[in-house]
Design a protein around this ligand. Sequence first.
Ligand code: HAM
Length: 437
Amino acid sequence: MSKAREFARLPGFRDFPPEEMALRNHLFDVWRRVSRRYGFLEYDGPPLEELELYTQKSGDEIVGQLYNFTDKGGREVSLRPEMTPSLARILGERSRAMPKPIRWFSIPQLFRYERQQRGRLREHFQWNVDLVGADGVEADAEVLAVALDGLRELGLGVDDIRARVSDRRLLASILTSIGVPESSLVATYAVVDKVEREPTERTLERLTEEVGLADEVSRQILELFREPELERVARAFAQDPEVTRRLAEMREFLGTLEDLGLADFVAFDLTIVRGLAYYTGIVFEVFDAQGEFRAICGGGRYDDLLELVGGEPLSAVGFGMGDVVLADLLADRKLVPDFQRGVDHFIVVIGDEQASLARRVARALRDAGRSVVYGVRGQSVRKQFSAAANEGARDVIILGPDEVARQVAMLRDMASGDEREVPLAELLDPKPQTGES
Ligand code: HAM
């Protein structure tokens, strides 16, 4: 026989033993509940797609992280690194026949071959919420409100999280006004995106050398991003009609969020650009308020993507919220619910003669919707009681020869230790249980 070999998990992948699974289910439950509260319907797509769906639309960063391969039929395919291209493809096939706007959500598992680091793995689950076929900043605000309500429902408050919002068209109009040529805009975005994380000198060097901007233009960009408050930007570009128009939209967006009671959760931040290539308007990211963790959520408006993948031209806005950083933040804030493994009843038999009765009682209780566990054959009574405690049983049903002879069982409440007799007839014909216990 060959020697046994140990297998480890692949780097960047997770196991979900019951405790971890409980947290994952908790997140999913909250995400589903909040989605439905806003009228969104759940959908899904395949985890494997044609490679080109991503190489064309998602932007270089994500393309470098694809889990792609040639399948046995010679097709170039990739595990999905994000949901938005699949959503665009799915709607491309069917949106013409659908009433607008379309409110859809999904919780896919996604795969990116990233360098493993805190908050970034090679697989994660991502809550995707997208509103398709609705123009205007009310739609953008509605989508961001879903994200923030999802986080509030998990117990996070205004001291814990902040949505940082910007608008790519506003950024483009400001950069154009400063003198950045149109052909250098995308390269400039990539530098602006990292402005907070890189030293000033490095940003300047990238703007002049990599993007090729004039020294004076680069310095103006740096100056602007040092204090990019909305009013300061408005004053500096008061003469520029395009910037002024975009700023008015931004104010309307912020005003809508104020109506929705979320103003304190939101901050204008011109450095938010987003890595993905398809965004066309308002963009946002949600971070922990202290800025200790990586982004929890990112999204924005993408009005061209559906048409680009062959669908009808439809505007769209949405976000993706990952489970990895969120779980770290919830643990940090002590907001992870206690793990509950409790079953309703554990049946203890004093002797093997009661085993058949135990199974009949279990059948009747389970049919009535209760959770029931009993010990393995031949276990001592002491072992059965410790098994009941391990299972977190609410009560123990004890079947002993004397009680059974009198057609009763002893019921012990595990929390209080109180014992009382119950007729066997009641256990064998219990009232059906409604709802969760
Ligand atoms: P994204 O910014 O690439 O956007 O990802 C959204 C969120 O997913 C991130 O903020 C982060 O929490 C989580 N995430 C991303 N990559 C990883 C990773 N490697 N490990 C753990 N968590 C990760 C999108 O994917 C867009 N498609 C979202 C969207 C939907 N935009 C419009 N609709």
